[in-house]
Design a protein. Sequence first.
Length: 315
Amino acid sequence: MKKYETFDFYSPTALKSYNLEQTMRYQLNMLDRLDVFTRKHCENVANLTCRICEYLHCKQRFTIYATICAYLHDIGKLFIPSKILQKPGALTDEEYEIMKTHTTLGYNMCMKDLKLRPYAAGAKFHHEALNGSGYPEGLTKKDIPYVGQIIRVADEYDAIVSKRQYKTHINISDTLKILIKDTQPDEHLKSVALDQLSVEYKVGKINPKILKVLFKVVIDDTEYEISCVLEYVSFLEDQIKRLKLADKYYTKMENAKKEKDKAYYLEGVKELLEQGETIDNFKQVYEEYKQALVNRKKVIQDLYDEIKIIKKLRI
């Protein structure tokens, strides 16, 4: 088969409408120094952050600011040893403590550069948690900048998506269910020094309002994927129609009594074949297209079902 449906896991955003290319040229150059995986993660988190801000009806100036902060949120990983940063398995406690320093390392890097300094908050606060269980400073809700709360949600979502290697939005609701748990109070905190945690134990790690908005972004992306698959379904249907006619001519050729008629129908078959298809293999291609159509229609139904699930999720 010569054509496949294609889509970005994160659908196109309105980033260009803010002319961010010029605004962020210097900041984006910093990302070139990151490994490919971390750079892609930073781009994904910026994408999500921008769209979350739009759904939150943030002012354009703040949206641009938050998006740039998100691009730079993991810039501190430049200073984390690759054997830790790219370790395939779980980190040891010691390695995890080193990994956590990327927040302060990134913050310090930004503060030393006048062009990066305005966006240092993204690097420093994206792992802080509303209930005080985050790092590097263990801040609570009232002290965590809003931009840090937004990036935290986008960052955690993309981290799970990347780890699970999603190729489609089918079952993406499982990731959202994990994030819902992070909006809920930590039961462990309720049994520890309640006099000091009278507020903190009532909240979770991430902001539920921001997570609700992420749901809308994910639904948008799922609908975008559906549109991509529908486009491919249209392509498949055209190919099936073409090869069905070729198969009809081939049957007539086999049943023809006269050589002249056989030659006529054979020529008809050849006229309908495309590059890579031959008299010997077109029936196999025909069957593959039909099976692909069945598969893609199931994907579309699964995606519609996923949207229904997401809409029923409650925080």
